[in-house]
Design a protein around this ligand. Structure first.
Ligand code: ATP
Ligand code: MG
Length: 245
């Protein structure tokens, strides 16, 4: 479903190069929920952006739903939903409903389908009270919930969330977690980055750990616990970082 092969990404900063990802290879099966862990600057967002066709690999190949991100980005874009931390993609001058209608149209949903999805999503996220308010006055959490809703309005098979619960209160974070459970039951493939170990522990089948651009672990959580003889993901993460550097 997602296949990353020997991915290297370098960014040019004046005359120097920053290597954000180094020879990263891994694959994600259909229906798998993967937690992406790594320190600030490790390369998580870059990896998600590369899978989403928004960043071009310097070396290596990424295939998503059997399409190459370089050759068929538009096919991939139809099948994925992406949300990047801090970039909600929302229009401030529009209401929440108008934003969702806009994204529905962008993905070629009919007006009826869009209406049904808006009903479902606004109920799920408790957004009905402010559905017809302009986004410019929204709090951070209100925006984030709406941004999550717009990410999945077209019911994508593959969803990439970059730090989706940052800025959410406990209720909204729990709504997000329930949503991931539901999406998982529907067989969706999800990769999300997080700095919250409990969240990853709770929601993911497998974890991918990136350290300074290198993938230092990818596998099931159970295997990781067995190998490390611990079920404390925080501890495991820290000891892997120490070994990785
Ligand atoms: N457009 C860019 N131009 C130059 N350097 C970049 C660019 N995007 C990312 N980088 C660099 O690539 C490295 C990885 O950044 P990235 O945003 O992927 O990290 P991250 O793991 O998402 O970190 P955080 O947890 O802080 O969000 C960093 O050194 C960053 O400065
Ligand atoms: Mg990031």
């Amino acid at each position: 479903m997602i296949e990353v092969t020997d991915l290297t990404k370098k960014f040019q900063d004046k005359k120097t190069y920053i290597t954000a990802l180094k020879h990263v290879s891994f694959s994600v099966e259909s229906g798998e929920v993967v937690g992406l862990l790594g320190e600030n600057g490790a390369g998580k967002t870059t990896l998600l952006r590369a899978i989403a066709t928004l960043v071009q690999p310097t070396e290596g190949v990424i295939r998503v739903a059997n399409y190459d991100t370089l050759k068929n980005p538009n096919e991939i874009k139809k099948k994925i939903g992406v949300l990047f931390g801090g970039e909600t993609g929302l229009y401030n001058r529009l209401t929440a409903r108008e934003n969702l209608e806009y994204f529905g149209a962008l993905y070629n949903l009919s007006q009826h389908e869009t209406k049904v999805r808006i009903d479902e999503l606004s109920r799920m996220f408790g957004m009905r009270d402010y559905l017809d308010r302009k986004v410019e006055g929204f709090s951070k959490g209100m925006r984030q919930k709406l941004a999550i809703a717009r990410t999945i309005i077209h019911q994508p098979d593959i969803i990439l969330f970059d730090e989706p619960t940052t800025g959410l209160d406990i209720t909204a974070a729990n709504v997000f977690r329930q949503l991931v459970h539901q999406l998982k039951q529907q067989g969706k493939t999800i990769i999300f980055s997080s700095h919250i170990m409990e969240e990853v522990q709770m929601l993911c089948d497998s974890v991918a750990m990136i350290h300074k651009g290198e993938l230092i672990y990818h596998g099931s959580i159970e295997t990781l616990y067995e190998e490390e003889k611990s079920e404390d993901l925080n501890y495991i993460f820290m000891s892997n970082l120490v070994r990785g550097s």
